[in-house]
Each structure stands twice: as structure tokens, then as C-alpha cells.
Ligand binder design. Structure first.
Ligand SMILES: [Zn+2]
Length: 189
């Protein structure tokens, strides 16, 4: 797997942000946080299974955030295993080529996205290649208006699952079951 700092550089490059970028985080954006970083900043219903990437600034500059449609690059060379819906868009599940030996596999999970049309199970991806765009998560209708207003962002997870898990089961129904999967902190990859 590629290091997390390299991924931040890919994300900045994919969006032409320049190479002197600081990424900024509310505590609720970090792995295992139990608080929200939107609406009332209250409690999450479960601790955060990854990290949310949204705010950045050029050193000393104004704080900005990723817009809807921001480019999302792949993290490592790998293969798309599954694409499923999440509560703010779609999730892409990628298995990096550098697999670990043993009875589990570690997956890179990208959420709240509109995947590129060329993405499908079995698609090969290269580190830094654009694979998706951040989805439009602003309320569009009266039924959606109750949703908390949340800025577009990339949710990134590293999930370790039993190696024999069927690819069609690689979704958030499984990823939130801490008894069945290990949720790893992307920052330390
Ligand atoms: Zn998140």
C-alpha cells in the first residue's frame, strides 16, 4: 500500500491545488472520532471508520474546501472489487496489489463519490489515477432537506476483511460490523 502522505499529494495534484498544501481537520473528521463535524457537532451513531478529507489551505492562505465534483485519485495500484451505494453517494472498494499474507485482505475504501464511468468490478487502477468525483450531497428535494447539510468530501477507510468474503458483501453493512472486520487508521498506512 502507498503511504497516506503520498495519497494527500495525489489528491492535491488531481485538483491542481499546488504542492504546498496543508490539509485541515476537525476532530470529528479523524479516524475513530465519536463526534460529528457538521450540524450540531454532536455524537456520531458509531465511531468514524476512516478519515474525511475536505479542508485545506496553501501555507498561510485562506481555508478552502473541496467542491462537489473534486477529482478523487486512486491510492495504490490495485483492482476495483466492488462499487456500492453509501448514505451520501457511492463507495468504491479497491484491493491494492501489495497484498498481505494470511487469512485477511486489507481494502482501500473511498466513499461519498460519483465513480468514473470506466470503473467496474475488475477494473485495474494506478496510484494517482482519477477514479471518481466527490458527489453532490446538498439537499435537492423536500424529502432530502432533513439531511444534515454536509460539505462534499472524500471519506477514506482501510478495512481488513476475511479473505474469503464475497466481493458483493464488501459494503457498509459489513464494514460497520467491528466484530467481523478490522478498521485500520489510514494515517498510519
Ligand atoms: Zn467519513
Amino acid at each position: 500500500m502507498t503511504r497516506f502522505t503520498s495519497y494527500l499529494a495525489y489528491l492535491a495534484s488531481a485538483n491542481n491545488l499546488g504542492d504546498d498544501i496543508q490539509w485541515l481537520f476537525y476532530p470529528g473528521m479523524l479516524a475513530e472520532s465519536t463526534s460529528k463535524w457538521w450540524a450540531d457537532f454532536g455524537d456520531r451513531h458509531a465511531s468514524h471508520e476512516g478519515i474525511d478529507l475536505c479542508f485545506y489551505r496553501k501555507r498561510g492562505g485562506t481555508i478552502r474546501h473541496l467542491e462537489t465534483g473534486a477529482a478523487v485519485p486512486a491510492w495504490s495500484n490495485g483492482t476495483v472489487l466492488h462499487i456500492c451505494k453509501d448514505f451520501l453517494g457511492h463507495t468504491l472498494v479497491v484491493e491494492p496489489d501489495k497484498k498481505i499474507a494470511g487469512p485477511t485482505r486489507i481494502l482501500e475504501v473511498f466513499s461519498h463519490l460519483d465513480p468514473h464511468k470506466s470503473m467496474a468490478p475488475g477494473t485495474r487502477v494506478k496510484a494517482g489515477q482519477n477514479i471518481a468525483r466527490t458527489s453532490d450531497i446538498q439537499p435537492k428535494s423536500r424529502t432530502q432537506a432533513r439531511r444534515p447539510v454536509l460539505l462534499p468530501h472524500l471519506h477514506l477507510s482501510c478495512i481488513e476483511v476475511p479473505a474469503d468474503t464475497p466481493v458483493t458483501s464488501l459494503n457498509w453493512s459489513l464494514f460497520c460490523l467491528r466484530k467481523k472486520v478490522n478498521v485500520l487508521n489510514p494515517v498510519f498506512m
